[in-house]
Design a protein around this ligand. Structure first.
Ligand code: ASP
Length: 324
């Protein structure tokens, strides 16, 4: 009898909890990279767009940066599964398990998958003083300066790390990689000329390319982009790097064990945000493409990440680009 009462009380707490969610406190959206960077940009736009569908809840962004995005992911994996701590992460959820051999969480079993957000191209960019106006001239400069090139990234396991490693592998040149906690501080150093090159998401690079603060050489997608500021950039494929393709995608996650009612509320708020014309417009202006309805579904998100792990694992291993 006593046990039954305890079970009933626990069930009641759960129902009440889901009913009142998310009014108890602000929802924290963890971004595993620094503020002002490409993933932070997506997160801040999404936080704003999710506020209304979440009944006016406060959604705050927490930049838990470091270790290529694994510190923030681990923070959410270990957080209370109550819907008040969420993770916005990118392709690293699929590449980290191969790129970084020891991550303190399991991508497939420590999270509830809430749905995908967008696809984001990357751009190969250089410091403003770099004496090259296009990819061909960049190639010549790289070959003449092979031993002294600094390539910035957001740490082992990040998208810029992956892209930079694949680029070095494709052109068979070893550069000195300079890791940061996100590409926002790396961008500051690139603009200042402390580093030479970087491969970064268009959600960070579009405004810098537009403002001519950096030199842009190519995009990493198989097709050229349509965004006004980026449409004249050639692809790396057409520049001679056969098969080169990196597209970054973002997804939303909650800690494993979050109650199903809360997950359902979060998924419908995510869908509403992704259909918000203001959010779509902001993303398009940054070269990002909001996902289709199918990819907003949690099951599809999980399937997609598993497929990306299978896709990237052999590529990373074959390129010999994984790290401890
Ligand atoms: N997304 C990272 C950031 O926001 C950059 C990266 O993954 O390369 O800084």
């Amino acid at each position: 009898m006593k046990r039954l009462l305890v079970v009933a009380a626990a069930a009641l707490t759960l129902v009440a909890h889901a009913d009142t969610y998310p009014t108890a406190k602000p929802v924290t959206l963890v971004v595993p990279f620094t503020a002002g960077g490409p993933t932070d940009r997506v997160a801040r736009d999404l936080a704003e767009a999710m506020r209304k569908p979440l009944g006016g809840a406060t959604v705050v962004v927490d930049n838990a940066a470091g270790a290529g995005g694994s510190i923030g992911a681990n923070k959410v994996a270990k957080a209370a599964p109550d819907g008040y701590t969420l993770l916005l992460h990118h392709i690293a959820m699929a590449t980290m398990p191969t790129l970084v051999r020891n991550i303190p969480f399991k991508v497939d079993s420590d999270f509830e998958y809430l749905g995908m957000i967008n696809d984001v191209p990357m751009t190969l960019i250089g410091k403003p003083s770099l004496p090259a106006a296009n990819y061909k001239e960049l190639s010549t400069w790289i070959n003449a300066n092979k031993d002294k090139i600094n390539l910035g990234n957001a740490g082992v396991g990040s998208a810029s790390h992956l892209c930079g490693l694949l680029f070095q592998n494709a052109i068979q040149v070893d550069m000195t990689t300079v890791p940061y906690k996100g590409t926002a501080p790396a961008m500051t150093d690139l603009i200042g000329g402390q580093i030479d090159l970087m491969c970064d998401q268009t959600t960070n690079t579009t405004s810098q390319i537009e403002g001519k603060k950096v030199k842009a050489f190519a995009v990493t997608t198989p097709k050229r982009l349509t965004t006004a500021a980026l449409k004249d950039l050639p692809t790396l494929q057409e520049s001679g790097l056969k098969g080169f393709e990196v597209t970054i995608w973002h997804g939303l996650y909650a800690p494993k064990g979050t109650p199903p009612d809360i997950l359902a509320k979060l998924n419908s708020a995510l869908k509403a945000a992704l259909k918000d014309p203001e959010f779509i417009k902001k993303q398009e202006g940054l070269g990002a493409v909001v996902v289709t309805d199918k990819r907003m579904e949690p099951a599809e998100h999980k399937k997609f990440v598993a497929a990306e792990i299978a896709k990237w694992s052999p590529v990373i291993k074959a390129a010999g680009v994984y790290a401890d």
